[in-house]
Write a protein that binds this ligand. Structure first.
Ligand code: IPE
Ligand code: IPE
Ligand code: MG
Length: 237
């Protein structure tokens, strides 16, 4: 997919961008607001960035919304995040009008029943969209995902000698779409925090000090420009 830069040089838009939406809490703290105000602002940024990805022709966008480790946070914060997710899901019909397909990755079995229902409805309502495929990682952890994959493989009775890298990939939540080309983490932290740890084996990583609620289309453009300068070798020369 090509996208014209100002100087008319074509640039490659990554097929799959993954984003760790981090820095909501610090954004709120800086303003003397409760942490959940940061999560609400982060949710708005997510919608803007997804819309922008759809516009410039990104095919897959996977965003980290809630990790398997985030349950450690105070109950009030977890509840606030779940409420923001609820509001987003109830509103998702509007989003679907924009031709964006919505899917969820992660272990949803432990989520509140109404959220599970809303997720299924959003997935079903948007399944024929032909634009951006947008995946929200909710109660997602890369190690947890691999544990689930191994259990499935063992339960199916697949023989040890028949297990390949593809067998593992096919049993992950992401089994039906390509690995991320570019992983973006705002907020100044430089770690994956258990995000897509199998899938990002050869992804390009890009970090920014901008806190997620302040992240704008121009920041994404900067990441894509940097991506265009990278030389992906995949172990070759
Ligand atoms: C990311 O923002 C959102 C979630 C983890 C749910 P944080 O809440 O981690 O924000 P900081 O890192 O505390 O600033
Ligand atoms: C990663 O951010 C999870 C999400 C953005 C949903 P965290 O804020 O939880 O990660 P750590 O604790 O700084 O590694
Ligand atoms: Mg954080």
């Amino acid at each position: 997919m090509f996208f014209k830069k100002k100087n008319d040089a074509p640039r490659v838009v990554p097929e799959h961008i993954a984003i760790i939406m981090d820095g909501n809490g610090r954004w709120a703290k800086k303003r003397g607001l409760p942490r959940n105000a940061g999560h609400a602002a982060g949710s708005k940024t997510f919608k803007d960035i997804a819309r922008y990805c759809n516009k410039i022709g990104v095919k897959h966008l996977t965003v980290y919304a809630f990790s398997t480790e985030n349950w450690k946070r105070p109950a009030e914060e977890v509840e606030g995040i779940m409420n923001i997710l609820r509001d987003y899901l109830k509103d998702s019909k509007n989003y679907i009008k924009e031709n964006i397909m919505l899917k969820f990755i992660g272990d949803r079995t432990v989520l509140p029943d109404d959220i599970k229902e809303l997720m299924l409805t959003a997935e079903d309502d948007s399944k024929n969209a032909t634009g951006l495929c947008c995946y929200l990682a909710v109660n997602y952890g890369g190690r947890d995902e691999i544990v689930h994959a191994v259990r499935d493989i063992v339960n199916k009775g697949i023989k040890a000698e028949d297990i390949t890298e593809d067998t593992i990939s096919e049993h992950l939540y992401t089994n039906y779409y390509p690995d991320p080309d570019l992983v973006i983490r705002p907020s100044g932290e430089q770690r994956l925090s258990n995000y897509l740890i199998w899938q990002s084996a050869y992804s390009e990583l890009w970090f920014s000090d901008v806190l997620w609620p302040d992240f704008k289309a121009k920041d994404l453009d900067r990441a894509i420009d940097e991506y265009n300068k990278r030389n992906r070798r995949f172990g070759g020369i």
